[in-house]
Design a protein around this ligand. Sequence first.
Ligand code: 5GP
Length: 207
Amino acid sequence: MTKAMMNKGGVFIVSGPSGSGKDTLLVKLFEKMPEIKFSISCITRGMREGEKQGEKYNFITKEEFLGMIERDELLEHNRYVGNYYGTPKAPVMQAVENGCDMVIEVDVNGAEKIREKMPEAVSIFIMPPSFDELERRLSGRGTESAEIVAERMNNSLREIERASEYDYIVINDDIDTAVDDIMSIILSQRLKLDRIRYIIDEVLEKC
Ligand code: 5GP
């Protein structure tokens, strides 16, 4: 039997407050580990400069989003700064069944809901190195009004309060070190007994 048939993929929940630098970090992670799948969320907020449809997000209308909730097509969903964010269920299930590792980037509430449904998921929280650096990163973005920046700062601090719910904390001070840290977490999960039990079984079957 092939590895893909025997081995289920791992689900890695990644959260980090706005300003933690997790987007840049994840781009670098996917450059280094292109075999990992990324869960593309459906969201109802407007597209920011530089964002593309279907890259990190599928930008959909509120009506489309509510339709997905009604048809039970979302693993979890949440409202954030007036917009809906949700994780489509099918791609995650498909990746796991095909033996692919999948990264799901969600906020702390989304992480909590996924953990309830998939207790085997590994959760990683990306931390900014300090309060001052978080403030600098949020106000330096320059694409949003002062009220939105203040709301994001407040949301970020509320998220950091829940960092202890996660399996792993990665401090994003030096980006390369932080990427290496996430890679170590993913690689170590691939060596867990449950992920390689099929090899033991295969060897013993031939005894
Ligand atoms: P942003 O608007 O800055 O791209 O994202 C805002 C927040 O929404 C971030 O904390 C991000 O992790 C979170 N987020 C992105 N996709 C999802 C999702 O599918 N579900 C949930 N619950 N949160 C999401």
